[in-house]
Design a protein around this ligand. Structure first.
Ligand code: ADP
Length: 384
C-alpha cells in the first residue's frame, strides 16, 4: 500500500536553519499529490526526507503504515525521479534503467531485461535503449529517468521538479504523459514543483508550502476557489488575484478609491472575526470581476489602461485610484483603452484577508453563495 503519512516532520540544518517546520500530511494510496511553493520553501527537503535521502530532525514518516525513519532509501519502496535526471553518462539507457535492480535485488537477468523492456515501451523509448544519455534529447533523458523508477515497481513515486529542464512545449506534453502513466500504474505519486500551473493541472491534491510550513492542503479547485490565506491566493492563479487594502467600518470596506458594502451573507462571519476599524485586504480574481453598463451600489469606476488579448479572452488592466485591477472578459468585449468603465465584483467569489496574518476571513463561507452557480446539481439533490 502506497499510503504516506507525514507526522509533525521538521528539518533543521546546522542547528538553526528551519527548512521544514512541523509538517503533517496524509497521502492516500494511488493519489497524485503535488508539493508546491516558492524556491526555498522546503519542498525538496520534505521530499528527500520521505525518500530517506535526508535525516528527519523531528517527527515521523510512515509509508504503507510503517514508520520509515532510519530505513535506507532502497528499502522504503519508493523510487525518485530527479530534476537533473541523475543518469550515469557512461552507461546506456538500458544499463541506467537496470543498474539499480541489479544492485539492490537478486532478480535474474532475464527478469530484469523484461522489466526494462516493458518500462521502455511504456515510456516510448524502446529505440533509445542502447544509446548513452549524451546522445538523447532532454525529453528522452527524462523518460529514461522515469523508466528507471518504474522498473523498481515502487509503492510511491517521488518526483523532484522532473520537468523543469525541458522547454515549455515539451514540459506541457510530459505533464500529460506522466499523469497518464501514474493513472495507468495506479502508484502513489508525490511531485515537487515551484510551478503553480503544473500543480493545478496535474494533481489530485496540492500541498502549498511557504517557509517550511503548510499553508493549505486541498484539491486544485479548493486551493484556487477557497484559498486559506493571502499567500495561497497570490501564489495560485495567473494573473494573480486582485487585492485592495481596505478598512472595515461597520459593514463597509473602505478602500483608498472606493467603498464596498459587505454582502449580507458575510456580515455575521466578518463581525465575529474582525473588529471595527480593522485593516483588511479585499481580494477578487480577474474572472470574477464584471464590466457592467450601469452603476449602482458596489460598482466601481476604473479607467482602462491596457487591453490584452489572450486567446479567446481579453485581459483588461484598469486603474482604480492608485491601484491596479485585472479583469478577464470574453474576447468579443473590446472597450477602448483610456475610457472609464464600471466594474462589479461577483460577491460569491469575494475574499477578505487579515492584513497582518493573511488569514482569509471568508474561507469556507462561499459554499452557499456559490450554490446558485450549479442549479442543476442542486435540483437533483433536493429531489433525491
Ligand atoms: P525548495 O525545494 O522549496 O526550493 P529546499 O528544501 O531546497 O527548498 O530548502 C529549504 C531551505 O533549507 C532553504 O532555506 C535552503 O537554503 C535550506 N537548505 C536546504 N538544504 C540545505 C543544506 N544542505 N544545508 C543548509 N541549508 C539547507
Amino acid at each position: 500500500m502506497g499510503r504516506v503519512s507525514v507526522n509533525a516532520v521538521s528539518k533543521v540544518y546546522d542547528g538553526d536553519i528551519v527548512a521544514v517546520d512541523e509538517v503533517s500530511a496524509e497521502i492516500r494510496d494511488g493519489e497524485f499529490v503535488t508539493i508546491v511553493g516558492p524556491s526555498g520553501s522546503g519542498k525538496s527537503t520534505l521530499l528527500r526526507m520521505i525518500a530517506g535521502l535526508e535525516d528527519i530532525t523531528d517527527g515521523t514518516v510512515e509509508i504503507g503504515g510503517e514508520a520509515v525513519n532510519g530505513v535506507q532509501p532502497q528499502d522504503r519502496g519508493v523510487a525518485m525521479v530527479f530534476q537533473n535526471y541523475a543518469l550515469y553518462p557512461h552507461m546506456t539507457a538500458r544499463k541506467n534503467m537496470s543498474y539499480g535492480l541489479k544492485l539492490t535485488t537478486d532478480l535474474p537477468q532475464d527478469e530484469i531485461d523484461a522489466k526494462v523492456e516493458e518500462a521502455a515501451e511504456m515510456m516510448g523509448i524502446e529505440k533509445q535503449l542502447d544509446k548513452k544519455p549524451g546522445s538523447l534529447s532532454g525529453g528522452q533523458q527524462q523518460r529514461v529517468a522515469t523508466g528507471r523508477a518504474i522498473v523498481r515497481d515502487p509503492e510511491v513515486f517521488l518526483f523532484d521538479e522532473p520537468l523543469s529542464n525541458l522547454d515549455a512545449k515539451l514540459r506541457l506534453h510530459m505533464r500529460t504523459e506522466l499523469q497518464q502513466l501514474q493513472d495507468e500504474l495506479g502508484t502513489t505519486a508525490i511531485y515537487v514543483t515551484h510551478d503553480q500551473e503544473e500543480a493545478m493541472t496535474m494533481s489530485d491534491r496540492i500541498i502549498v508550502l511557504n517557509e517550511g510550513e503548510i499553508q493549505q492542503i486541498g484539491t486544485p479547485e479548493e486551493i484556487y476557489g477557497e484559498p486559506a490565506n493571502q499567500f495561497v491566493a497570490d501564489f495560485v492563479g495567473s494573473p494573480s488575484m486582485n487585492t485592495f487594502p481596505v478598512e472595515l467600518r461597520d459593514d463597509v470596506l473602505v478602500g483608498t478609491a472606493f467603498e464596498y458594502t459587505l454582502p449580507e451573507t458575510y456580515r455575521e462571519r466578518v463581525s465575529k472575526r474582525a473588529s471595527d476599524g480593522e485593516e483588511l485586504v479585499l481580494g477578487i480574481r480577474p474572472e470574477h470581476v464584471d464590466v457592467v453598463e450601469t452603476g449602482g451600489q458596489n460598482t466601481i469606476r476604473a479607467s482602462l489602461d491596457v487591453r490584452e488579448p489572450v486567446g479567446s479572452d481579453n485581459f483588461l488592466y484598469l486603474s482604480v485610484g492608485d491601484e491596479e485591477c485585472c479583469v478577464r472578459v470574453s474576447g468579443e468585449r473590446q472597450p477602448e483603452e483610456g475610457t472609464t468603465l464600471t466594474m462589479r465584483f461577483d460577491p460569491s467569489h469575494l475574499h477578505l484577508f487579515e492584513r497582518d496574518s493573511g488569514r482569509n476571513l471568508l474561507y469556507g463561507a462561499h459554499d452557499q453563495t456559490r450554490a446558485s452557480e450549479a442549479p442543476q446539481e442542486s435540483m437533483v439533490s433536493t429531489e433525491g
